[in-house]
Design a protein around this ligand. Structure first.
Ligand code: R5P
Length: 291
């Protein structure tokens, strides 16, 4: 087995290779003067099981093209099996047509990954688990929620309550809460309210309690900032935000902290300074079990 580090996931790939106790290959990746990418795998891969680790956050399109080129090059070199490990799958939120005529981007991206040479596909906390139906190869959607819960359990939290953003997030939140033996609930985020997000807690009191907001992804930070505003008005004690995918700029992170969030706790599906939890153990563990 050989792990290949895509440039978007070099640290995570190293951690995965370490857990798998297999060699790590850093491909040659450069850019032509006109902006096109060049990828070269300078290794013998014949009959190998190759694990390519490449996330597809910003710059999404460049990272995707690099992934396609790596998959194709590994196949070309005679790899027996190529596992596309894409910890964060971009375009996963456009998983259906919201208006007639829209491209269902998720469907297109899944087709391209498969056609580029993936024999199987592994990802983490994909926005909608139904997305895996776009693939005809074996696909695994792992969850980082227990790992996040284990990290949070080490913080000295006061009577914590774990809150998801909407009803759909309840299963994720439950997986975090189990690790802390804490209460959990969700906030209401009407799907129609794209411009003005209105959020209300459903069942639990948050006054004088530490609150952990859990989401799959933080992007513009709008959801977390609005949730924090409401929770503060309800006299929550300390508020933390935990997510799998920290798709945040530094500017966004500062806005979230300024809104009253103590810390953002995230994983390395996107390598960022908030990535304090590694998903390497669940990726390597799944590969070792042979899916
Ligand atoms: C939406 O359904 C997702 O689970 C997240 O709540 C959302 O994508 C977060 O985005 P933002 O940080 O831009 O509010």
């Amino acid at each position: 087995m050989i792990t290949i580090a895509g440039s978007a996931s070099s640290k995570l790939a190293e951690r995965v290779a370490k857990q798998l106790k297999c060699p790590l290959l850093n491909p040659e990746i450069k850019r032509f003067p006109d902006g096109e990418l060049y990828v070269r795998l300078d290794n013998k891969l014949e009959e190998e099981h190759v694990v390519i680790v490449q996330s597809t956050h910003h710059p999404q399109n460049d990272n995707l093209i690099e992934l396609f080129l790596l998959l194709d090059a590994a196949k070309d070199l005679g790899a027996r099996r190529v596992t596309a490990t894409v910890p964060y799958l971009t375009y996963a939120r456009q998983d259906k047509q919201f208006k007639p005529g829209e491209a269902t981007s998720t469907h297109t991206i899944c087709k391209l990954i498969e056609h580029a040479g993936a024999d199987d596909f592994l990802t983490v906390d994909m926005h909608n688990n139904g997305v895996i139906q776009n693939f005809s190869i074996p696909t695994f959607n792992l969850t980082a929620m227990p790992l996040l819960g284990q990290y949070l359990a080490k913080l000295k939290l006061q009577d914590p309550v774990i809150l998801g953003i909407d009803q759909e997030s309840l299963e994720r939140v439950r997986r975090v809460a189990i690790e802390l033996k804490a209460d959990y609930d969700y906030l209401g985020k009407p799907k129609v309210a794209l411009k003005k997000i209105t959020i209300q807690p459903k069942h639990l009191e948050v006054a004088k309690r530490d609150v952990i907001l859990v989401d799959d992804i933080i992007s513009t930070g709008g959801t977390i900032i609005e949730a924090t505003r409401i929770l503060r008005s309800q006299r929550a004690r300390k508020i933390y935000a935990a997510c799998t995918h920290p798709a945040v700029t530094e500017d966004t992170l500062q806005k979230i902290l300024k809104a009253g969030v103590q810390a953002v706790i995230a994983t390395d599906t996107i390598e960022h300074r908030t990535s304090v939890v590694s998903v390497a153990p669940i990726i390597a563990g799944t590969i070792q079990q042979g899916f």
